[in-house]
Design a protein around this ligand. Sequence first.
Ligand code: SAM
Ligand code: SF4
Length: 444
Amino acid sequence: MKTFHIITIGCQMNKSDSERIASYLENLGFILAEERPKADLVIITTCGVRASAENRIFGLIPRIRQENPAVKIVLTGCLSKREDIKRRVGNTVDAWMPIGEFSILDSMISGQYPISNIQYSGELRSGEYLNVTPKYSSKHSAYIPIGNGCDNYCTYCVVPYARGREVYRSADDILKEVKGLVEKGYKEINLIAQNVNSYRYDENTRKNANDLSREHADKVDFVDLLKMVNDIPGNFWVRFSSSHPKDMSDELIKILPQLTKVCEHIHLPAQAGDDDVLRVMNRNYTIEYYKALIKKIRQAVPGAAITTDIIVGFPGETREQFANTLKLFKEVKFDMAYIAQYSPRPGTAAEKFDDNVTKEEKKKREEELTAVLRKTAFENNRKYLGKTVDILVEGKNRRGKWFGRTRTDKNVEVKSDKLETGNGEFIRVKITEVRDFGMKGEVI
Ligand code: SAM
Ligand code: SF4
């Protein structure tokens, strides 16, 4: 029996891809090796969004080889089609597997080594690999990709090149996957795509609409999909991400209060707080529009947590333009933000721009934004003191304490050592302590 191990770098989409690769390999007779040196085959699901993520593979590959010289290494994910990476890594990798092109694994298993030049047979059409049932890494929370790829071409971003054009799964397949999980007792369903709001169920996927009503058979958008997921009977929460501000419709915002399973947390990447920077980033919205969206969300869903992604030090971003991002942070009062220092990406439009904000200045801007974020997050969390909230228990943290997340995605450490229920259960807690990025509570 052959064994495999998977290393995943990057986002939820990569984690989900790895879960599908794991089940594909198990179907081929492989078994999972928890310890990497014991694996005959190591898959690396790579990330190319920033240079720091990309660079991780250069140290990793020789380490894996050193641990087990006979190991076969397959590189997939965002770097799998990058010629510059292939040149750099050379023969130290046994195969390059473009995202979803699992038939490469069949060729490998049938013994065709070296397989670096094996061509994809085209058996799974782009996006169809998402219908491979994953080996879910959690027993209570699952990522469900509703599509893959991106058509937006933000000038800094490598995703449209790495993952290709947008492809969406049929609503029928998505609903089937969610229903199956809910029946197994899953409590959290995370619908994911690069831009969930551009979900559409079009000509290519319509043929799969076997158990959809006629009303839905010719056109399903994200609002329809979310309603249908919400209507699945059972006790579970629904989350979705990422939402591109330009595609978040009023219809979606209006329907949110009626969708009782959909959590009160919206991740809405702003990327910058300045209109000129946004224009050069090709984001297609203004800050006025972004703030109006936040206002509408907060009116529709009072108390909703709002989180964002921000890039600091985009080429040409002046101190004044950055000050507008600081202003946005002070006004919107985000609950959390993923702040990234701009990193030039090969093949993107911005690669040709002058990366003229120094490393030190990028770091300083990141720190300044983080300081504002800590204050606003703490202010928001203070409103929870003394309140009773439901959390979904996720496990034990490093201190050996049970913890979980609220519907608003707040991390809550549970004070008692013993829980009647455990991992993957809903419990009710009273919040007794708050910090900027976490809280503590007592079981009710
Ligand atoms: N589709 C999502 C959206 O538009 O918000 C984001 C997907 S992207 C994989 C995740 C985040 O990485 C982005 O929101 C952005 O903040 C960050 N990112 C992408 N390219 C970057 C770059 N070249 N340098 C720094 N951060 C980058
Ligand atoms: Fe990248 Fe922009 Fe697409 Fe998000 S919307 S994946 S940032 S190109």
